[in-house]
Design a protein around this ligand. Structure first.
Ligand code: MIC
Ligand code: SF4
Length: 639
């Protein structure tokens, strides 16, 4: 048998169809070992799972609560109660608010080398740090994985990242992934699994590896993976899970699509400048810039080692700007306390916040007007911080500490920071296991849990108006902002009316609904990498509710295109990118959808003909025709 890389080994092990791994781009169906949601995507996922008529989930499944935890009013607590009780009914583990960020808590407790998983959150790829193939997906696809234990995806291209050397003392894993973003860009990872290998791998701990795989989401990658080795073993043993360890690596002469060489010794402290994780520059080129806030945490950088390094750098000193810490999990917070770091950070003036996403998703922690905030997070899209005219730059926890102390962007000195390593605190008691959950309570649906909307099939001719024309790199934060709107995630109508494209064009929702109610179908035109960022299916669901039936762009981000199909919006790309310039907002548009496998043409104002290409796979045509995945599932699933 020919030599295999690590990705091929795991995919082969889980392959259901076809019999052999096909060429890149062809669809594969794989067995899924774990599926999970978080609260912001979870309520819709669970509503869809219920609508599928499933009694019990097939793979290991978890509902985490970590995004929307402020509970200011009934909405969040209603969502949490629904997620808890639906979990008990369907055999899903429930991770209550305060337990930790989904990806973090997942790594601590459930991920094993060689596993496959999908999660309703783009940073599910975090688990690749432990030698597993985990991917972000829309809520419907996660519900389907829970129901069937399977996931269908295009066979990825596999790119090797050959790590050599060792990081300088003033660099951290965050600098490695920022370096990758500089090399690959925010859209260069599409359709790719990055497989890290080479002698540099052993210099990185498991949580450092997870920082790197986590933020692989920002390259648009399918996922990223590290081998499973002695460092993986050490992590699992430290958590009392030594039995979950197995060594895994690519065969020596495995083949790859291409190889990217990264010499860790040559990396300098890096910073992603507002407003894209892809705007990577050297910290030294921004040294001295005044800052107003520092935030440490998020699923990218909230391990014990990350926060202990941050705390040690502050030891005996006092921060000059508002500085907030969000520990990755209750387990990490307790370990920090045992090591004396919680007190050290309080004494340094740090505000210690809840274990969860917090400021990363705009749930509090907004910077002041016009301010500059430094964040150890993974996204700095416009307005995501909650302050429209503030700027967020992304940095390592070490740069965060030194800059918090000086009040200006600061390059850390190249000297060793020793941390006090104490054993992790195991926190499995926080979970509500389905076998222990109440059997009599039933599913609790407070008034915030709205029924799923019903959507009609696709008409043969889609006719209406171009309601919005957009630029390149439109993120799902632009389409369907999160932050203070998160409590509306379970209420499609309100979320669509109040938030869809609000940050781009405040008139959009009203115009779209009027157009829809007058019988028109809405069209959206966009540039490259449309739908980058989050996996939130609301960025398809809400536009669909507002009457959008086709999105035509130069190129799409991976997860978003699947979400559009799932909600019956036809995703199309221009055959000739230059045709983008021939269309204006407000133009009349029509599109013959009767034969989606044939020639596809957009007609503008009854005369200009624009050739299009399908951005969907041919085998989802019946889904599109049915008006979306759920109506299609209900009519075809045999159990
Ligand atoms: C994000 O970081 O944007 C989120 C919030 O975690 C999302 C999921 C969501 O929108 O709920 C993600 O990354 O997929
Ligand atoms: Fe939460 Fe931020 Fe990670 Fe998304 S990126 S899961 S909001 S911590």
């Amino acid at each position: 048998m020919s030599a295999l890389n690590l990705t091929e080994k795991i995919l082969k092990d889980h392959l259901v169809e076809p019999a052999e791994l096909p060429a890149a781009g062809d669809l594969i169906k794989i067995k899924i070992d774990e599926a999970f949601t978080q609260d912001a995507t979870g309520t819709m996922t669970m509503l869809q799972l219920e609508a599928m008529g499933i009694d019990r989930v097939k793979p290991l499944s978890v509902n985490f609560v970590d995004h929307s935890m402020l509970q200011s009013g009934f909405r969040n607590p209603d969502d949490h109660e629904y997620l808890r009780t639906v979990a008990a009914k369907l055999g899903i583990i429930f991770s209550p608010p305060g337990t930790g960020i989904c990806h973090f808590t997942n790594m601590e407790n459930f991920v094993k080398p060689g596993m496959t998983g999908v999660g309703a959150d783009s940073h599910t790829v975090n688990a690749g740090g432990a030698g597993a193939i985990f991917m972000g997906a829309g809520g419907y696809d996660v519900a389907l994985a829970m129901a069937t234990g399977m996931y269908t995806m295009p066979m990825p291209k596999i790119v090797k990242v050959n790590l050599t050397g060792k990081l300088a003392k003033n660099c951290m894993a965050m600098d490695v992934i920022l370096k990758m973003l500089e090399i690959v860009s925010v859209k260069g990872g599409k359709g790719i699994i990055f497989e890290y290998a080479g002698p540099g791998v052993k210099t990185l701990s498991l949580t450092e590896r997870a920082t790197i795989t986590n933020m692989g989401a920002e390259m648009g990658a399918t996922t990223s993976i590290f081998p499973s080795d002695e460092n993986t073993k050490a992590y699992l043993e430290s958590r009392g899970r030594g039995g979950d360890y197995k060594p895994l690596a690519a065969d020596a002469d495995a083949k790859y699509e291409r190889v990217i060489d990264v010499n860790l010794s040559e990396i300098e402290p890096l910073i992603a400048i507002y407003s894209s994780p892809g705007n990577v520059e050297k910290v030294k080129d921004h040294a001295g810039t005044k800052i107003h806030q520092v935030c440490v945490g998020s699923c990218t950088n909230s391990s014990f080692e990350n926060i202990a390094t941050f705390a040690e750098a502050l030891k005996g000193k006092r921060v000059k700007v508002d500085t907030m810490l969000y520990p990755g999990s209750r387990s990490v917070a307790m370990q920090l306390a045992d090591a004396g770091y919680i007190k050290m950070m309080y004494k340094a003036g740090v505000r210690i916040m809840e274990n969860g996403c917090g400021a990363c998703i705009g749930q509090g922690g907004s910077p002041p007007s016009g301010g500059i905030t430094l964040r150890t997070f993974n996204r700095n899209f416009p307005k995501r911080s909650g302050t429209d005219d503030a700027q967020a730059h992304l940095i390592s926890p070490l740069v965060a500490a030194m800059s918090a102390l000086s009040g200006v962007i600061t390059v850390p000195e190249n000297k060793e920071i020793k941390i006090n390593v104490v054993p992790p605190v195991i926190d499995t008691d926080s979970f509500i296991m389905p076998e222990k959950a109440s059997k009599t309570e039933g599913i609790i649906r407070g008034p915030n849990i709205m029924a799923l909307p019903d959507f009609e099939p696709l008409p043969d001719v889609v006719k209406g108006e171009v309601l919005l024309k957009l630029e390149d790199n439109i993120s799902t934060d632009d389409i369907q902002p999160a932050g203070t709107f998160l409590p509306l995630r379970s209420n499609v109508k309100e979320y669509a009316m109040q938030a869809t494209f609000r940050l781009v064009d405040g008139t959009f929702s009203k115009r779209a609904v009027e157009h829809r109610d007058a019988g028109g179908s809405g069209f959206i035109i966009g540039g490259e990498n449309y739908g980058q960022g989050s996996s939130r299916e609301h960025a398809a669901l809400c536009p669909r509710w507002l009457g959008i039936r086709a999105v035509i762009v130069k190129s799409f981000a991976r997860i978003h295109v699947a979400n559009l199909v799932n909600f019956g919006i036809v995703p199309l790309t221009f055959k000739n990118a230059a045709d983008y310039d021939k269309i204006k907002q407000g133009d009349k548009a029509s599109f013959d959808a009767s034969n989606l496998s044939g020639e596809l043409t957009l007609v503008i104002n009854g005369e200009t003909k624009i050739p299009l290409e399908a951005a969907f796979d041919m085998d989802v045509i019946s889904t599109l025709k049915a008006g979306g995945a759920l109506p299609h599932f209900k009519s075809t699933y045999k159990g």
